[in-house]
Design a protein around this ligand. Structure first.
Ligand SMILES: [Zn+2]
Ligand SMILES: [Zn+2]
Length: 147
């Protein structure tokens, strides 16, 4: 019975796993290499290949040496990857800005609501003032007529 290279427990029906097709040829539990059950299911199909994290050829896009100035020694693919990562970062920054802008717009529209309210109150006040001045006019006329 094979045992998991990560945790040394046996790989069996109860704790399913798979064998690395890379140079180590070791067995690993699905859970020890962060594979879900459905991942494991499709990797166990005939013709599927799986390599453990140690054997997998890794191009780590976040590794710091992408921007270390050794661009000349890199392939176009690496440069493209770096460019894509840069664009992705800028898009993420834009998305963050967009959220900020949206919040600001939401705030402003709340303020517009308040403005509408103030305007409505203003119109009421104007009407009241006009009404009052009419009354004062008629009062004045009344007194003028009496004198
Ligand atoms: Zn394990
Ligand atoms: Zn391996």
């Amino acid at each position: 019975m094979p045992s998991c290279f990560t945790c040394t427990q046996s790989v069996n029906q109860k704790s399913p796993g798979l064998q690395c097709n890379g140079r180590c040829n070791q067995f690993y539990h699905a859970k020890c290499v962060n594979l879900t059950k459905s991942d494991l299911g499709s990797l166990l199909l005939p013709g599927s290949l799986w390599m453990c994290p140690q054997c997998r050829p890794t191009i780590d896009p976040d590794s710091s040496n992408i921007f270390d100035g050794q661009q000349s020694s890199r392939s176009d693919t690496d440069a493209t990857t770096a460019m894509l990562i840069d664009i992705k970062k800028q898009l993420e920054a834009l998305a963050a800005n967009y959220t900020d802008i949206k919040q600001t717009i939401d705030n402003i529209s709340t303020k517009f609501d308040v403005l509408d309210q103030i305007q409505a109150e203003n119109i009421q006040l104007k009407t009241a003032v006009v009404d009052l001045s009419h009354r004062i006019d008629s009062l004045e006329q009344y007194y003028n007529n009496r004198n």
